[in-house]
Design a protein around this ligand. Structure first.
Ligand code: ZN
Length: 167
């Protein structure tokens, strides 16, 4: 359990459903600096992520398209709103924090710093859903670390195993 009161959990569920119905930044992007495809074979989630970088290593624009369950889509949608305008370093720090959130490793104060992203704290109780929630973030992580087009898969990351990125 995350310790959130039931009313808060209901609010978060509504936020996820709303982002699934009306995903933000859900479009293809021309002239992107990074393009990456992410796949979660266990659930059938698939998405493409586009990132445009600006001065000072800032994420000028980010968008995605794809199909999958409500969690994967809502997570991608909320991620794009969270990282737009952030520097690569800030986005990477958010990735780390989100990853710990969905594994149930953040305390209440740390969770609060994540704002809307905190809506996914509940997936920590459902190991299968952790991959859905982190798909877009894994794609982002790979996109920011590699200068070319590539693909990423959540396959091989066991629910209880060590993080993919190691380090
Ligand atoms: Zn899924």
């Amino acid at each position: 359990m995350t310790g959130s009161p039931p009313a808060t959990e209901a609010l978060y569920q509504e936020l996820i459903l709303e982002h699934n119905r009306k995903p933000r930044n859900f479009r293809e992007m021309a002239g992107a600096d990074r393009t990456i495809e992410g796949r979660n074979p266990l659930c059938g989630d698939a998405l493409t992520l586009w990132v445009k970088l600006g001065a000072g290593d800032r994420i000028d624009d980010v968008s995605f398209k794809g199909q999958g369950c409500a969690i994967s889509k809502a997570s991608a949608s909320l991620m794009t709103t969270a990282i737009k305008g952030k520097t690569l370093g800030e986005a990477e720090a958010l990735f780390e924090k989100f990853h710990r959130l969905v594994r149930g490793e953040l305390n209440d104060a740390e969770q609060r710093e994540l704002g809307s992203l905190r809506a996914f704290a509940g997936v920590a109780r459902f190991p299968m859903r952790v991959k859905c929630a982190s798909l877009a973030w894994h794609a982002l992580h790979s996109a920011l670390g590699a200068p070319t087009e590539l693909a990423v898969s959540t396959e091989g990351e066991g629910p209880a195993g060590p993080p993919l990125e190691g380090a």
